[in-house]
Design a protein around this ligand. Structure first.
Ligand code: M6R
Length: 614
């Protein structure tokens, strides 16, 4: 939520900052701003609105680009305190307009800090929590402290979460920044240096980065970066590892696709194939270790789409390895379920970004209670990777669209590998059964390619256009079809703004059936297997009440057609792994419905890619 950027060097800062902000827009896009210093003067431009519309630069972007100066900071906002408007947009400044600050996070004690500063004569103009920071620095400097001393003192007064960066006209060659519970990385250049919330923002400029840890302060000059412990001010730069990021920056572009989401949907075969290949050995070892560790329970914690992947993993693990898995929404776990965790519990946290505040908090709670923790994430060097005992990566490449797609199928691939190996090590399946499962997994990328064929995409685009005005949708499934239904419903509501609910199909007659009437769309996930007949009966129930039934079914299924208005046919896959295949056409359907409704699927309203606040 919110992205921050900084640049200092010999080039014009504003265009570099704006380009990085555009790459960061997935973190928030309700307003944006830049501050630079040029010839002893602070320049600030900001406003509500996005930096790009339909791939083209907006007026706001042009305004921000034009600021002069070789040093600056920038911000793209996802509002927490105060409406998204010009005044609340970052950067925020002090009374004399000599200091500018950008911030990501929430300053919990801002009200008391603000009252104290107002009583000393500071004038506030915005409704934001951030505005206290430039005034705190100003107050310190009025008392005779240097910019650095005043910044350190200000940061020490903040409670809550922050990645914060500041510049000041009195010291026009330095950016000061600090981090607590919000991501921040430094990018190292030659005669220039960068700051950003996430690596992709600065990757086209440099691939040498240092992730900043909680409780650190960064001093960034064009020739030098210093990292200090915020409490002791000890210089810890030497102990920090410079990471060299191998990702191809060109992959961060839309590459001919109209939206990042469609590009990322099409990258799924590759994401799954890479995860299956590159993570296989590590998952095999991990399964062995887990079995040796003799844990009494596996608890998966996650949010949103990652939670749905966790559910997919649960079905596969319970069906293949017969090992009980408890899947918890991280924001619930962190306050309630945590009390059931002890040294015998294995906690697997799933987070594509590795920065989700609730998932990180759940990991910390679990560690405090002695649990062994594992992270499944897509982002190398993300906060979660530094906090857990073991890390498993998905190899999906950078995912920019707010709606998660390729990271979801890659998460499922990793969880399925783990399920198969657990089953083998626990003696629940034989070696040859395990090999059979692995062959099935290896066939998934090719199956996804078939789903993503032009003909299939066109069929789904037509369906999206046809049903785009239906305001209430139901998604139903049984067994592994249930997480598929949940993920299908989440994609639809997230990017089409139509109401969609997912239900285990057996629950329909316990209430939701009352809502089924003529023309209500019901998406039924009808994978072959143990619950197939039951699903058909549920499909019949809704059909008899006038629902428009869209079934997702096996390509060889010749029964489901009689019960459905439309059948989306997918390649055969064993029931245990069905979510990895059956979810994909539902992503495509949601995408085309979003476009047909005139929505930009990459930037759905009110949402942000990385949810770093509670
Ligand atoms: O980065 P994470 O996987 O921890 O994110 C969790 C959710 O915020 C995320 O999956 C969200 O639900 C997506 N926008 C869904 O498309």
């Amino acid at each position: 939520m919110c992205g921050i950027v900084g640049y200092v060097g010999d080039r014009d800062a504003a265009p570099i900052i704006v380009d990085a902000l555009v790459r960061l827009e997935y973190r928030g896009y309700d307003s944006a701003g830049v501050a630079t210093i040029h010839e002893g003067k602070l320049y600030v431009a900001k406003d509500a609105g996005k930096l790009t519309e339909g791939g083209e630069p907006t007026e706001l972007q042009r305004k921000l680009r034009s600021l002069p100066g070789k040093i600056g900071i920038g911000h793209t906002r996802w509002a927490t305190h105060g409406d998204p408007n010009e005044v609340n947009a970052h950067p925020h400044v002090d009374c004399e307009e000599r200091i500018a600050v950008v911030h990501n996070g929430i300053i919990e004690n801002f009200m008391e800090l603000r009252e104290e500063l107002e009583s000393k004569g500071h004038r506030f103009v915005s409704d934001t929590d951030t505005e206290v920071v430039p005034h705190l620095i100003e107050e310190g400097m009025k008392e005779g402290k240097s910019f650095f001393e005043a910044f350190v003192e200000a940061v020490r007064k903040l409670e809550g979460s922050y990645a914060v960066a500041a510049i000041c006209v009195d010291e026009p060659d330095v950016i000061l920044a600090a981090r607590k519970e919000s991501p921040l990385v430094v990018g190292l250049g030659d005669g220039e240096n960068f700051l950003a919330s996430d690596i992709p923002a600065i990757l086209p400029e440099t691939n040498r980065v240092i992730p900043i840890d909680d409780g650190e302060i960064v001093v960034v000059r064009k020739e030098e970066v210093k990292i200090l412990d915020a409490n002791t001010l000890e210089d810890v730069t030497g102990s920090k590892e410079v990471q060299v990021v191998e990702e191809d920056p060109h992959k961060l572009e839309r590459g001919g696709y109209p939206h990042f989401m469609l590009k990322e949907i099409h990258e799924q075969p590759e994401a799954v194939a890479k995860t299956l290949t590159l993570e296989r050995e590590r998952l095999f070892e991990m399964a062995e270790e887990l079995v040796k560790g003799d844990y009494s329970r596996l608890c998966i914690v996650a949010c949103g789409t990652s939670y749905h992947a966790g559910l997919g993993g649960k079905y596969a693990t319970e069906m293949i390895a017969r090992f009980p898995v408890d899947v918890q929404i991280a924001s619930e776990f962190r306050y309630v379920t945590k009390n059931l965790v002890d040294e015998d519990t294995l906690v697997l946290a799933i987070s594509q970004s590795g920065e989700t505040a609730d998932t990180l908090a759940a990991v910390r709670e679990a560690k405090e209670r002695g649990a062994t923790t594992i992270a499944l994430t897509n982002v190398v060097g993300s906060t979660i990777t530094r906090e857990v005992d073991h890390v498993i990566y998905t190899h999906a490449g950078f995912e920019k669209a707010v709606a998660a797609t390729k990271t979801y199928t890659a998460q499922l691939a990793a969880l399925y590998l783990l399920a198969v190996e657990l089953g083998r090590h626990m003696g629940e399946i034989t070696d040859s059964e395990a090999e059979e499962y692995l062959r099935e997994l290896e066939s998934v990328p090719e199956k996804l390619e078939r789903i993503l064929s032009w003909e299939m995409e066109r069929e789904l685009a037509v369906m999206g256009g046809r049903y785009k005005e239906r305001p209430n949708w139901f998604f139903i499934g049984r067994g592994p079809g249930y997480p598929t239904a949940m993920e299908g419903a989440l994609k639809l509501k997230e990017i089409t703004y139509q109401h969609a609910e997912a239900y285990p199909a057996g629950e329909l007659k316990h209430g939701p059936l009352a809502l089924i009437e003529e023309g209500v769309p019901v998406v039924a996930v009808v994978q072959p297997g143990g619950v197939y007949e039951k699903m058909l009966a549920n499909v019949e129930e809704v059909k008899a009440r006038g629902a428009t039934v869209i079934s997702v079914a096996d390509e060889s299924d010749d029964i489901v057609e009689e019960h459905s208005d439309h059948v989306i046919r997918v390649p055969s896959i064993t029931e245990e792994f069905s979510p990895i295949v059956y979810t994909v056409p539902l992503q495509v359907l949601a995408y085309y419905m979003s476009v047909a409704r005139g929505i930009d699927p990459d930037y759905p309203r009110n949402l942000a890619k990385s949810v770093t606040v509670e």
